[in-house]
Design a protein around this ligand. Structure first.
Ligand code: F6P
Length: 324
């Protein structure tokens, strides 16, 4: 056991559904174990402003089902500098914080690693819809985003089939094709474009035309935002190449980031939040909680920030096969 008396929690980077569930789990578990809990607003940006306040059990009530983050979030340039990190350490000391849980994506874990290296007991919890982080099968928010995407595809297919159209549906994910690939499998897409597997416009056009000739009433094309061809560029080219279907574009955008967390995300967020606090109280630091198989386990932050998650090419191939 450690002598952590005051534990802080922050959310950082792009918000993800389930962050609130995790804040609640962290706060309640820490309070249960006799710690004071401090909520830091707006991620590392708020930390540098000293913007923090105690969180009690009631303040984290009624948020288990809410998307977004009650603490607010930000991407902080200043915190990336050495001066910023030194200043953050000082501010945490002034507020008597002796342990921190950081909920966020890969950039947030880089920040956590930097503070851990300066001696602050710290545990990360992965939360990003992109699912681009090494060390966890799933990050908090991914399942909810996929459900949102699946719902959108189902609706778009209704109208696509009625008009015999090809729909280009752009998903988020930055440089990671996870959301697009999984959307391709669960949404029954004809074509999926991901950053990890570049294709030519001609290849896509051939597949879409082939689908038309085989009598399909629609064509669903999922384009990851980081793919090597822009959605608008592809739509324009398909129109010019007369592939049979006329084309329409839907960019799902930030709708993928909002909404009530699914049961899976609530469970994952609760488990990870509790495990993060347990780890800190047991003297662990410089780790992130990862879903490995069925278990939530600590993985070194050093590995999280230096290692690359493998692309899901097996699912990519599966999506292609099932589009037959
Ligand atoms: O990392 C989450 C994410 O939603 C990415 O998928 C996307 O590229 C980016 O954030 C969008 O960032 P912003 O909300 O700053 O526009």
């Amino acid at each position: 056991m450690t002598d952590i008396k005051r534990l802080a929690v922050l959310t950082s980077g792009g918000d993800a559904p389930g962050m609130n569930t995790c804040i609640r789990a962290v706060a309640r578990c820490a309070l249960f174990n006799g710690c004071d809990v401090i909520g830091i607003r707006d991620g590392y940006e708020g930390l540098l402003r000293g913007d923090m306040a105690p969180l009690d059990a009631r303040e984290v009530g009624g948020i288990i089902q809410r998307g977004g983050t009650i603490l607010g979030t930000a991407r902080s340039e200043e915190f990336r500098t050495e001066a910023g990190q030194l200043s953050a350490m000082q501010i945490l000391k002034q507020h008597g914080v002796d342990g921190l849980v950081v909920i966020g994506g890969d950039g947030s874990m880089r920040g956590a690693r930097a503070l851990a290296a300066r001696g602050l007991p710290i545990v990360g919890v992965p939360a990003t819809i992109d699912n681009d982080m090494w060390g966890t099968n799933m990050a908090i928010g991914v399942d909810t985003a996929l459900n949102t995407i699946c719902d959108a595809i189902d609706k778009l297919r209704d109208t696509a089939s009625s008009h015999r159209r090809a729909f280009l549906i752009e998903t988020m994910g930055r440089n990671c094709g996870y959301l697009a690939v999984m959307a391709g499998v669960i949404g029954g897409a004809e074509v999926v474009l991901i950053p990890e597997a570049p294709v030519t416009i001609e290849e896509v056009a051939a597949k879409v035309e082939d689908a038309y000739k085989r009598g399909k009433t629609h064509s669903i094309i999922i384009v990851s935002e980081g793919a090597n061809i822009l959605t608008t560029e592809l739509a324009g080219a398909l129109e010019k190449m007369s592939v049979g279907f006329s084309t329409r574009i839907t960019i799902l955008g930030h709708i993928q980031r909002g909404g009530r967390p699914t049961a899976f995300d609530r469970l994952l967020a609760s488990r990870m939040g509790v495990k993060a606090v347990d780890a800190l109280l047991a003297g662990q630091t410089d780790v992130m909680m990862g879903l490995r198989g069925r278990e939530v386990e600590p993985v070194p932050l050093e590995d999280v920030v230096t290692r690359q998650r493998e692309a899901n090419l097996d699912y990519y191939e599966m999506a292609k096969m099932l589009a037959f």
